[in-house]
Design a protein around this ligand. Structure first.
Ligand code: ADP
Length: 419
């Protein structure tokens, strides 16, 4: 329950972190786009204003006869520009050149000499927006007029407003979506951790269970021996043998556990060398032939691997011994075991086939799990620990190969290794 709580808490933390991250990234991105749009949308308008200013200045003409300044602005032909000329007091002097409606609006435009020669924005009744500039034109007799050039930017403003609206709706949707995405990502990120966590606690439970059983047997037998101190060893040989058997199994299990732990922790360095797989199999299997004969079983070899393959010899021997040992453990009298090898391109295939008791479909899926044993009682009798095949799996994986177990036809089991 406590584990569930920790996992749940971590999941929420991860989800929250992802969500904040998504929101920050998207908001920063939106703000950046918005700022860029705001900046670049007015660039052509400002250029137009500046260009118009220089155009207008060209048409400030001085009549040579009367020495009079003529504002010949009618020659400037830009329908987008509204040109307002004011006297020194800010009164519009060219109002008559506008239509009646426009005249009313123009009156509403605030005039300030502070903005001279700068680009600024003005609005009329908060409905019409202009961007423009104002400059001074000197007239004879120390008189001055102020020429204000304005460009309507309602369409640009509208575009920015719409964009801002779309962006805020988009940001809202993205934040909402990011809740789901963050949850999905957090679950995905937690999955291997949860799996490992469960595996680890399952493993610890298995280890303690597996160690406790032989220890209980040894303890019980030793106590029984103590209860009859005058008995002869020969009378208690069965109990002693059982104790010895369990101790042997215990030390085998601890050795195998240590090997698996080492494989888990470090990157094992393989001592690979080009190897004639056939002779390696032969020299590994040979000592088992006599044992098989004693058990009235037959070991056959069908060695056809024609290529030398780069493998760690000791590890491969260990693999073959695990498979052969299993084949001998799970076969009965008159059964046979065949070790076969062949190659396809650069890959070597080793099959260990037996006509033994076979294995269930469920067992086939789980044999490479640590401590999995189909028949615990039988496995105990034969000294099985359920760690042989996981070690075999690690050896094959370290070689970059694959290992599978399947049903042998018509009876028994086959383990197929590809290296
Ligand atoms: P064990 O030490 O118990 O043999 P393994 O990891 O080598 O552990 O094997 C796991 C289980 O797979 C065994 O307990 C057995 O049930 C099954 N198994 C392995 N090899 C064979 C085989 N050749 N035939 C039938 N079952 C097998």
């Amino acid at each position: 329950m406590k584990e569930q709580k920790i996992i749940h808490k971590q999941l929420i933390k991860n989800m929250f972190f992802n969500m904040v991250l998504f929101t920050i990234i998207f908001s920063a991105f939106s703000l950046l786009i918005f700022a860029q749009l705001n900046r670049y949308l007015y660039v052509p308008v400002d250029q137009e204003i500046k260009k118009s200013k220089s155009d207008y200045l060209k048409y400030v003409e001085v009549d040579s006869k009367d020495d009079e300044v003529i504002l010949n602005f009618d020659k400037v032909n830009n329908p987008r520009i509204t040109c307002i000329i004011r006297d020194e007091d800010g009164n519009v002097v060219n109002a008559t050149s506008f239509g009646k409606n426009l005249q009313a609006y123009i009156k509403e435009i605030n005039f300030s000499k502070k903005n001279l020669d700068q680009i600024y924005e003005v609005s009329v009744n908060s409905n019409y927006f202009y961007r423009g500039t104002c400059f001074e034109v000197e007239l004879p007799d120390d008189e001055k007029v102020y020429v204000e050039l304005l460009v309507n930017i309602n369409s640009e403003k509208e575009m920015i407003d719409n964009f801002a609206k779309t962006l805020s709706v988009g940001t809202g949707i993205v934040i909402l979506l990011s809740i789901f995405v963050s949850y999905g990502l957090a679950v995905k990120a937690m999955r291997p951790i949860v799996r490992n966590y469960k595996k680890q606690s399952e493993f610890i439970q298995n280890v303690s269970h597996e160690l406790r059983t032989p220890l209980t047997i040894i303890h019980a037998k030793q106590e029984m021996l103590l209860q009859s101190p005058n008995s002869k060893i020969i009378d208690k040989s069965e109990d002693i043998a059982l104790t010895l058997n369990e101790t042997r199994r215990l030390s085998k299990m601890i050795k195998e556990l240590m090997e698996l732990a080492r494989n888990d922790q470090e990157k094992i360095k393989l001592n690979k060398e080009k190897t004639d797989i056939n002779s390696l199999i032969e020299e590994t299997v040979l000592p088992y032939c006599d044992m098989a004969k004693l058990q009235k079983k037959e070991i056959k070899l069908k060695l056809e691997c024609k290529k030398e393959i780069k493998v760690d010899r000791n590890r491969l021997k260990q693999l073959i011994i695990i498979l052969l040992d299993n084949a001998l453990k799970y076969t009965e009298e008159n059964d046979s075991i065949e070790v076969e090898s062949y190659n396809k391109d650069d890959k070597c295939f080793i099959n260990v086939r037996d006509t033994g008791i076979g294995i269930s479909d469920e067992g086939l899926k789980r044999v490479f799990e640590r401590f999995y044993r189909e028949d615990k009682a039988r496995s105990r009798e034969t000294g099985g620990t359920g760690l042989g095949l996981p070690i075999a799996y690690t050896i094959v994986s370290l070689h970059g190969g694959s290992i599978k177990m399947g049903h042998n036809k018509p009876k028994g089991t086959v383990v197929a290794v590809r290296i």
